[in-house]
Design a protein around this ligand. Structure first.
Ligand code: ADP
Ligand code: ASP
Ligand code: MG
Length: 815
């Protein structure tokens, strides 16, 4: 036998109801079934709203009641053929007349007790199941309507009654041994042994279905709803939530306890006892597998799902009087229990100085009163503070049996929340290790859920969210590289990279889902005009965890924002040297900020493009080595110029050629001045823990004095020809010594110099040709023979590759 339950959302309108009719029909052809229905979608809510209005003596309950009646009558007219309509319409009308009398009573006496409430809401299920039974009859099924109050016995805790199982099981069994055909059962409602109507708690129809399934020893319980199973998080709050294929009863119970309302927590108990498997299915997509809840949990995921409870208040009971005093907590919980206040979460520090209790906000004031009454004397004596209430909180919980076996769940939870600037006010982990919960601000809830979802479910594929400023040659090359490697990164490194923001000097564009990279997206007129503060604000408001600003500009303005960016917990990757070669204070403060906040600031491409210079240096320093000397040919353009010069071509010609080939900046003097090299050695020096200021670097410019102030580049090149002799002579002198001219930077004994030197054949720079860079680190460990790094040190390709490598490195750090 199979029990099917359809929730209010599955029968919220005519279209949906037709779906349900066909599912029930199909199922009844295959199996012996019974069906449980909730009230039509939203009706329980409206019945309660009516009562609240009536209680407040507000006659507006009448039009609301009328519209509910209309809605039901209309459904009857649409579902039942005219010949059979009148009996059903009469049934509905009589029920609404009864309701009208009830509300009138509430209106007059302005009182609405839990007992009355249960009776009032029972009409929702009584009417819906009756109409559905009749509609199914129309489809040719032999149905009979079952008012569950006749068979489910409970105590008289109205609103949340406890089932008396022995009696209930017997009643259900007896009933079914007499009745044949398809029973259509009211969900949610039951009765006491005095015949008073009770309910099993909001959303309790699931429980009704489980009670029937257990009593009738059903083979399967199917809960049909509006989503394809229990998902990794509430899909209304986390859009990327996915269906969990299988859950253990305990996991499902824990998830639903903490707010996954897709299945009512108590549902699992009777099913577990009789080992009835529960399937959660989607009425609108019956072909979807849905979720199986059974004895065993499956998958190797650390957690199964994330759920949350809103409208929570945090109560803090604290004071010196609590320390080492036996019985304080039992008094706290005793007082709350007596007032029927449900405690959602408790956390107590081992100092015992305070106890933190999360409860529903609606209970907060009463809880404060009872606690202050209980501890009246302690408060008077100053041994305990007044009870503090933090309102507008939410509980977020991660659930799964695997947490027992693997460490790291709480680490991941707190890291994900912390990285997103979400403050945790209290935490608790059940000793079953089935859940870890944290209390956070209600306003942080959706962000928190999404951050955790990403950390636990998408983290097998960690997503890096990139915001790229500077879509020039390097930026575009980078985008192409990312695109070409994306599959490999996803499959082999579990890393996904999404670009959400792009800007050049004139325009900027954003895409929440990540730009399609199949063609390089470039911001243009159709997008927004570039505005750096707006760009950064938009980046922050998108609020992705693992965001990174990639600065492929050479802009001072962008570099000036780095502190702010790191403070907003966004990492930075950049070839832009401006920040690190600015003031020493700035350099230090960025490093400190990045270290303290654990937000990465990576700039391998500041020196020698993609060559691993900075990382190597950092590794040396971190592992305790001491740098004695750094020598570097750090400018590809300068090295090209001086290698060509040695072929006998005049200096001015070589410079002009280098410019033509694009090896120099548009104005070659920017290279010849040595300033670029000076910035690089400054950065290397700082990385080697030297307190270097820019002024400390002595630079020998290769721009002759009388060429420095000429406006046009052409005139400069002409004028430069008058100095060709000087360079030819330098070359001849070097040749005589069998040496070569190299434009190099040296850092030794705390002094940095940049200039032209000649080196002999035993020097590693001697053999350097073309536009290659070479860096030598002489350290305490690499003393006799320095460590040498050599290779192409300029160009869009190698720079973009270096930036890309830094981005991938970020993926490793943020795992
Ligand atoms: P029904 O009317 O069928 O009883 P409910 O509204 O009670 O349906 O429950 C289904 C809803 O539960 C979904 O629409 C979804 O928004 C919400 N929900 C919350 N958490 C989860 C979760 N983890 N998985 C699936 N749905 C969830
Ligand atoms: N109709 C009831 C409610 O809305 C029970 C249910 O839907 O399961 O709470
Ligand atoms: Mg429900």
């Amino acid at each position: 036998m199979k029990i099917l339950k359809f929730g209010g959302s599955s029968i919220a309108d005519l279209e949906r109801i037709k779906n349900v009719l066909s599912i029930v029909k199909r199922s009844s052809q295959k199996d012996d079934i019974a069906v449980v229905f909730s009230a039509f979608g939203g009706i329980t809510e409206d019945l309660l709203k009516c009562a609240e209005l009536a209680k407040q003596n507000d006659p507006d309950y009448q039009p609301l009641l009328l519209s509910m009646e209309k809605r039901h009558l209309q459904l009857v007219k649409n579902l039942i053929t005219v010949q059979k309509q009148s009996a059903v319409l009469t049934y509905v009308k009589i029920r609404f007349n009864e309701l009208e009398d009830l509300y009138h009573g509430i209106y007059l006496i302005k009182e609405f007790s839990p007992r009355t409430s249960d009776y009032v809401v029972s009409f929702g299920e009584r009417i819906s199941a009756f109409i559905m039974a009749e509609a199914l009859k129309e489809s040719g099924l032999n149905t009979h309507f079952v008012d569950a109050r006749d068979v489910i016995r409970t105590n008289d805790r109205f609103g949340n009654a406890k089932v008396v199982f022995p009696t209930t099981n017997q009643l259900i069994y007896d009933y079914y041994s007499k009745k044949k055909g398809l029973s259509v059962i009211t969900g949610f409602i039951a009765s006491t042994d005095k015949g008073e109507t009770t309910t099993l708690g909001r959303s309790g129809s699931d429980y009704t279905a489980a009670i029937f399934a257990a009593a009738l020893k059903a083979d399967v319980l199917e809960i049909w709803t509006d989503v394809s199973g229990v998902m990794t998080a509430d899909p209304k709050l986390v859009y990327s939530a996915i269906t969990i294929p299988q859950l253990s009863y305990s996991e499902a119970m824990e998830l639903s306890h903490f707010g996954a309302k897709v299945v009512f927590p108590a549902t699992m108990q009777p099913a577990m006892k009789r080992k009835v498997p529960i399937y959660i299915k989607n009425t609108f997509k019956p072909e979807d597998e849905g979720t199986l809840i059974c004895e065993t949990s499956e998958t190797n995921k650390l957690i199964k799902g994330i759920s949350s409870l809103s409208q929570i208040s945090l109560l803090n009971v604290q004071g010196s009087g609590l320390v080492e005093v036996v019985g304080v907590s039992s008094r706290v919980f005793g007082a709350l229990a007596q007032s029927l206040i449900n405690v959602v979460l408790i956390s107590q520090a081992s100092s015992e100085h305070s106890i933190c209790i999360a409860i529903k906000s609606e209970d907060a004031e009463v809880a404060r009163e009872v606690l202050e009454k209980e501890f009246h004397y302690e408060i008077l004596a100053g041994e305990m503070d007044k009870v503090q209430i933090m309102p507008n909180m939410a509980v977020i919980a991660v659930v799964g049996e695997n947490m027992k076996h693997y460490p790291g769940a709480s680490g991941r939870l707190f890291q994900a929340l912390g990285r997103n600037n979400i403050n945790v006010s209290a935490i608790a982990q059940g000793s079953s290790e089935l859940n870890i919960s944290a209390v956070i601000k209600q306003s942080d809830l959706q962000k928190g859920l999404n951050a955790l979802h990403e950390a636990f479910f998408l983290s097998d594929n960690k997503v890096l969210h990139v915001f790229l400023v500077g879509v020039g040659l390097i930026g575009k090359t980078l985008i192409k590289m990312i695109q070409s490697q994306l599959n490999k990164l996803q499959e082999e490194y579990m890393l996904d990279i999404k670009i959400h923001g792009l800007a050049n000097s004139r325009f900027m564009a954003f895409d929440e889902d990540g730009f399609d990279l199949s063609t390089v997206p470039v911001p243009s007129e159709k997008d927004l005009p570039m505005n750096l503060p707006v760009f950064l604000n938009t980046m922050n408001s998108m609020n992705f965890s693992n965001s990174v600003l990639v600065d492929c500009t050479a802009s001072q303005e962008v570099a000036d924002t780095y502190e702010r960016v790191l403070e907003s917990k966004v990492a930075i990757v950049t070839p832009n040297k401006k920040a690190n070669s600015g003031s020493l204070e700035k350099y230090k403060s960025l490093k400190k900020l990045s270290g303290q906040r654990n937000i990465k600031f990576l700039y391998e491409t500041n020196v020698a493009a993609g060559l691993p210079v900075i990382n190597t240096l950092q590794d040396l320093i971190l592992s305790g080595d001491k740098v004695l000397k750094i020598e570097g040919v750090l400018s590809g353009s300068m090295n090209y110029i001086f290698s060509e010069l040695s072929k006998g071509i005049p200096f001015s010609k070589v410079v002009a050629q280098a410019k033509e080939k694009g090896y120099t900046e548009p104005d070659p003097r920017d290279d010849l001045s040595g300033m670029d090299v000076a910035r690089k050695i400054l950065i290397l020096g700082r990385e080697a823990e030297q307190e270097l200021h820019f002024e400390d670097v002595s630079v020998q410019s290769m721009v002759p004095e009388d060429c420095a102030h000429i406006e046009s580049v052409e005139e400069f090149l002409e004028k430069l020809a008058s100095h060709d002799g000087h360079f030819t002579q330098l070359l001849a002198e070097a040749d005589k010594k069998k040496e070569k001219l190299r434009f190099m930077a040296v850092l030794e004994n705390g002094k940095a110099t940049v200039g032209l030197k000649s080196v002999g054949s035993n020097h590693p720079f001697y053999s350097l040709v073309g536009s290659d860079n070479m860096i030598l680190f002489t350290t305490e460990r690499y003393h006799e023979f320095p460590m040498i790094i050599r290779g192409p040190g300029a160009g869009a390709d190698v720079t973009a590759a270096g930036v890309f490598a830094d981005i991938i490195r970020l993926g490793n750090y943020s795992r």
